[in-house]
Design a protein around this ligand. Sequence first.
Ligand code: AMP
Length: 223
Amino acid sequence: MSYGSVVILLGAPGAGKGTQASLLAKACGCDHVSTGDLLREAVRNQTSLGMRSKAIMDAGQLVPDELVLELVADKLRSGKENTGIILDGFPRTTAQAEFLDKVLGTVATMTIQIAIDESEVVRRLSGRRTCGDCGEIYNVHSSPPSGANCNVCGGKDLIQRPDDREEVIRRRLEVYEEQTAPLVEYYSSRPGFHEVDGSADVDEVARAVREIVGSLEKQETGS
Ligand code: AMP
């Protein structure tokens, strides 16, 4: 991607936005901006933003727009030039989408909706475990570690995120339906909107995403 182009990954919690954003970022050398990761980092560092966000996140609710917008504005300002950006988990409300429109102005933007069923979301998220030492992500159903410890660093603590407990997952899905799903309509009438089937395996979804993003690059270079 050339300078300033932006890919927005939309989809319910557990659709695979984080995994796909990270694969795409590696493939195209872009910046991966995940508001969930930025917020979790703020919680770990016990910043005032982190302290205000922790209980909200643990309950599966959305952090208020003004806090998230501040975080994203900082991140976009500090981004490297000549680099595309992949947004994962942002925007999540109409107010956030409107903010993004203002900040980006005429910058080429593409939106990819990763579609997935609710039952699959619950299965994926309730099985997700993260290595407490290196952050490697596993799933006890589909991609467990080969032994009791982390495959990458040998870490012993494979942790379940507080918001991946089943009762919180249900709440996150309700919040998604109420506040984030309307963004599909917000973006779907625009030329850069695409949808992929998020229930396919990771490599297949990644291929579909790369093909879509490749078509944006061709349009930009005129090839
Ligand atoms: P994620 O890792 O994207 O699933 O995000 C984890 C949690 O962080 C969400 O359930 C929200 O509490 C919070 N969060 C992440 N991104 C946003 C956002 N754009 N707006 C509000 N809250 C967010």
